[in-house]
Write a protein that binds this ligand. Structure first.
Ligand SMILES: Cc1cc2nc3c(=O)[nH]c(=O)nc-3n(C[C@H](O)[C@H](O)[C@H](O)COP(=O)(O)OP(=O)(O)OC[C@H]3O[C@@H](n4cnc5c(N)ncnc54)[C@H](O)[C@@H]3O)c2cc1C
Length: 434
């Protein structure tokens, strides 16, 4: 269908922002019978899709709707209706129907078989254009005004190819994303418009972001990846036995500035919620696959051949040799060449502390410039979770990362963008709850 074939009496829905949520919303609204115009400030659609997952695009995760919502901390309940209606298997099926076959990797992440993010972006773009969506690129929205007085429609002021142009709409869907990677066009524009319309914006902060910190020892380990660690974050007044604020088991990367990799990035959003990130205490279990008791058992072997092994050599069975050496040097330089039979009990305890409960200082993050998502955004209590309709302003719908939702690495964030975008598109076409 072309835009010209859609009856002019159909309601006009304007979608602002052609990312995952916006393209999904536009396609759904058009399929549900609306005239749809999608406005995007960039010269192309889906810039973040194109760069995502190392340009492979991790579109969702191999789990059910509940498994997806678990990744969203306080936003779990809000996301249940939209992800419940359109979950990971629906996303996979949708891409299959659009000609993009997908595969599951060992970690549970779902990628296109082609490993090409551009295939995902092209499929979404084709789908919405086929549904009759009119796409306006190089169209930067400046202001959104609701109907008032004689004016029965929304007024959307833009700069199209550098010239002022106004669009009128019966309903508006805002899908302008967050503030992270601003070079992609995501400069947080939508927050100001929605604040002016009466919405509360929970202070945006970087999430899924590399952490700045560490010590001389950890900096010297720069480039070392650990495939399986368990990282926990505690409040500074933490007493033993208290539950961590967040805990994630995944891979880890030491860097010259601090820490990166999925485990560090997954806990970063909880850490940036503290007024001072230093008040969030991060603790690493380097060997979650082996218990403290088993480690103690091995390190306590004093007799026979076992006692003749060096400490560093023994620890190398659990962690890479560079790290084993660093841990030994940290606990006591003499431990490096020490034999197990000669290891004092106190030193043994110190080594176990490092292996199972290594406290690592964090004093910042790489900021929005390197954050894969933005935490904070439109307060969820002000949006209907089934339709994404604003509870503050009639005719307004809000979907995707601009909402106060942020999930783990692994395809969870695109899943949330697809599900909330779909819900918004369907509801906006009808102008009431679906
Ligand atoms: C490097 C990187 C890798 C990532 N990899 C993954 C991954 O593999 N899997 C995953 O699930 N998530 C990943 N993410 C997160 C994911 O990209 C986002 O969660 C997702 O793109 C959010 O979709 P959205 O549609 O809400 O917003 P966005 O995709 O950010 O789209 C918002 C759009 O709105 C446009 N816009 C903004 N302001 C205006 C305006 N004033 N006028 C007109 N248009 C405007 C922007 O230009 C943009 O195109 C990654 C993020 C980054 C930065």
């Amino acid at each position: 269908m072309t835009p010209a074939e859609i009856p002019s009496t159909a309601p006009h829905v304007v979608v602002v922002g052609a990312g995952a949520a916006g393209m999904m919303a536009a396609a759904e609204a058009a399929r549900a019978g609306a005239r749809v115009t999608l406005l995007e400030k960039n010269t192309k659609t889906g810039v973040k899709i194109l760069m995502s997952g190392g340009t492979r695009c991790n579109i969702t995760h191999d789990t059910d709707a509940k498994g997806i919502t678990q990744a969203f901390d306080h936003a779990k309940r809000f996301l249940q209706p939209s992800i419940g209606r359109f979950g990971p298997s629906d996303v996979i099926e949708m891409f299959h129907c659009l000609g993009v076959e997908t595969k599951r990797e060992e970690t549970g992440k779902i990628f296109p078989v082609s490993n090409r993010a551009v295939d995902v972006r092209d499929a979404l773009q084709r789908s919405m254009l086929d549904a009759g969506v009119r796409l306006e690129l190089r169209c930067s929205v400046k202001r959104i005004q609701p109907p008032s007085g004689d004016q029965s429609q929304w007024n959307i002021a833009t700069e199209l190819n550098g010239n002022p142009q106004t669009f009128l709409a019966d309903r508006v869907i805002v899908t302008t994303g967050g503030k992270s990677w601003p070079g992609c066009g995501t400069t947080g524009d939508g927050y100001d418009w929605l604040r002016a319309l009466g919405h509360t914006i929970v202070a945006p902060r970087p999430a899924l972001v590399p952490l700045v910190g560490g010590t001389e020892t950890t900096h010297a380990l720069s480039g070392l990846t650990l495939p399986d660690v368990n990282v926990s974050v505690f409040t500074s007044d933490h007493r033993s036995g208290k539950k961590p604020k967040v805990e994630r088991r995944s891979s880890w990367l030491f860097t010259h500035f601090g820490f990166s990799g999925p485990a560090a990035m997954d806990v970063s959003g909880v850490m940036t919620a503290y007024d001072r990130i230093q008040d969030a205490k991060m603790r690493l279990d380097l060997t979650p696959q082996i218990s403290e008791a088993e480690i103690r058992d091995v390190l306590s072997k004093r007799s026979g051949d076992a006692g003749k092994r060096t400490v560093v050599n023994t620890i190398q069975q659990w962690v890479p040799s560079r790290l084993a050496l660093a841990i030994c040097e940290q606990s006591h330089p003499a431990n490096v060449h020490c034999k197990l039979a000669e290891l004092p009990g106190k030193e043994c305890n110190l080594l176990i502390e490092k292996l199972k409960r290594w406290h690592l200082p964090v004093n910042g993050t790489r900021g929005f410039a390197k954050a894969e998502v933005t935490a904070g955004g439109v307060q969820l209590s002000e949006v209907d979770p089934r339709t994404m309709q604003s509870r503050v302003q009639d005719g307004l719908y809000i979907a995707g990362e601009i909402l106060d939702v942020d999930g783990w690495i692994g395809g969870y964030n695109f899943q949330a963008a697809f599900s909330t975008g779909r819900a918004a598109g369907r509801a906006a076409a009808h102008g009431h709850d679906t």
